[in-house]
Write a protein that binds this ligand. Structure first.
Ligand SMILES: Nc1ncnc2c1ncn2[C@@H]1O[C@H](COP(=O)(O)OP(=O)(O)O)[C@@H](O)[C@H]1O
Ligand SMILES: [Mg+2]
Length: 434
């Protein structure tokens, strides 16, 4: 039977009431009434309190469910850390992003299991900077990895966590997965680049067609005049020196014709003859053509072309043209440099999957404002320049799946760098021909 002290008290009083004289009975009656009133009142208060508590609990449960739903619907990953950098909270979006359970992450100290090994140092540096209070008002980007090893890029914002007493207790970070956005940006950039490359090829095609058309005639004329003169010279007894000069003239005129035809063919059919070539040979050929001009201008040529350079996949004639163009630009750039200080460096170096060629001069270099437009069609600073040289060079190199760009030389002067892919097989074309 449950204990009921007020009930037992009342039973006792009723017994007394029945036994005593009527005054006592009246006193007892009054006491009973007061007791009943007090009991009733406290019963009411207790009921009200219970109701209030049930209501508060219900409100709390609703609030909790609301917060949980809100948290679960977030696609932004949230992660809180204490002042030492230990993880104190992660939401489900964060767990999904990195592929680890909340139980694994909470309580973890850095390095975190989702840090990318090759980016450890940078990630650690940013982590330390955040803990030291460095503000990143526009957020920062880091690369992480999921549990599966898949990489992703995240944009992160960190805000200080302040408790109810106004004390700084840690940091709350929000993580947005921007991998898809970055991929889209990259593909847009590549598309833009391809469009520009096509535009360059079209301009170049038009130029080359015009040039081939315009130059073919005078070049044929030069060849036939030279041959005619040579014949007459030989018939009239001859002059060995003049004959040599005229023969060279014919060879060069024919060569000019070949170059124009090749470039014309390239832009029309876009089928350069790609073979495995030794770059030092191509470079030496190009320098050979410039030797006389360089001597006349007092330019010292320094070539650093290692013999054991891997073969490149290229069209010899076209690459020779690129080197010639870059070197000729270099010679022209040094016109205002005092003789004795004019130098041209040509070097090549093997990199992982490509060969890098550098053409450097001791000229004034290119002004920062012009470095962007340098490769645009018709950009020239020369009174009689055509401004197509670098534009065509870039198209030719890009056609070879390489890159051509400008950098200011370390001390002073201009530096053009281009890359060519290594040839897949290491058989030079001259060996194949033999
Ligand atoms: N080595 C260099 N040093 C400084 N400026 C250069 C160099 N090479 C090219 N340039 C600049 O780039 C411009 C474009 O070169 P290019 O396309 O070959 O056309 P062009 O030689 O007909 O002017 C040149 O007019 C010059 O201003
Ligand atoms: Mg030029």
């Amino acid at each position: 039977m449950p204990l009921d002290p007020p009930g037992q008290g009342i039973t006792l009083l009723v017994a007394l009431y029945r036994a005593g004289p009527w005054e006592a009975q009246a006193g007892i009656l009054a006491a009973i009434s007061v007791l009943a009133l007090v009991a009733g009142a406290s019963l009411l208060t207790a009921r009200r309190q219970v109701r209030r508590r049930v209501k508060a609990e219900q409100a709390l449960r609703t609030e909790y469910a609301f917060r949980q739903a809100m948290e679960d619907s977030l696609t932004v990953g949230m992660r809180a850390r204490d002042l030492s950098g230990r993880v104190t909270y992660v939401n489900s979006a964060f767990c999904q992003m990195v592929g680890f359970e909340a139980e694994t992450l909470i309580g973890q100290d850095p390095p975190m299991p989702y840090w990318v090994p090759e980016d450890y140092e940078r990630t650690q540096a940013v982590h330390d900077a955040v803990l030291a209070g460095t503000p990143y008002p526009s957020g920062f980007e880091l690369r992480f990895q999921r549990r599966t090893g898949e990489r992703f890029d995240a944009l992160i914002y960190e805000a200080p966590l302040i408790d109810a007493d106004g004390k700084h207790t840690g940091w709350m970070g929000s993580f947005v997965d921007i991998t898809a956005r970055k991929r889209a940006e990259e593909s847009q950039r590549q598309q833009q680049e391809m469009l520009q490359q096509n535009a360059r090829l079209i301009t170049m095609g038009e130029m080359a067609s015009t040039l081939a058309h315009e130059l073919n005639q005078p070049l044929s004329a030069i060849t036939s005049y030279a041959t005619g003169s040579l014949n007459r010279l030989q018939a009239s007894g001859g002059d060995a020196e003049l004959e040599r000069a005229l023969t060279k003239l014919t060879v060069q005129a024919r060569r000019a014709g070949t170059i124009i035809r090749r470039i014309h063919d390239f832009v029309r059919k876009r089928e350069p003859q790609l073979t495995a070539c030794a770059l030092p040979e191509i470079a030496q050929d190009a320098l050979g053509f410039l030797a006389a001009e360089a001597r006349k201008l007092g330019v010292a040529i320094h070539a650093d072309l290692p013999d054991d350079l891997p073969l490149v996949r290229a069209d010899r004639i076209l690459i020779e043209q690129v080197i010639l163009n870059l070197a000729r630009n270099a010679l022209e750039a040094m016109a205002a440099v005092p003789r004795g200080q004019r130098s041209l460096w040509l070097s090549a170096e093997a990199l992982e999957d490509r060969v890098e060629v550098r053409v450097r001069d001791s000229g004034p270099g290119v002004a920062a404002a012009q470095q962007e437009t340098l490769f645009s069609a018709f950009f020239t600073t020369k009174p009689d320049g055509m401004g197509m040289g670098l534009n065509i060079c870039r198209s030719l190199i890009e056609f070879h799946q390489g890159r051509l760009w400008y950098e200011p030389a370390p001390d002073r002067g201009g530096l053009f760098i281009f890359t060519l892919p290594r040839a897949p097989t290491e058989t030079p074309d001259r060996e194949k021909a033999a």
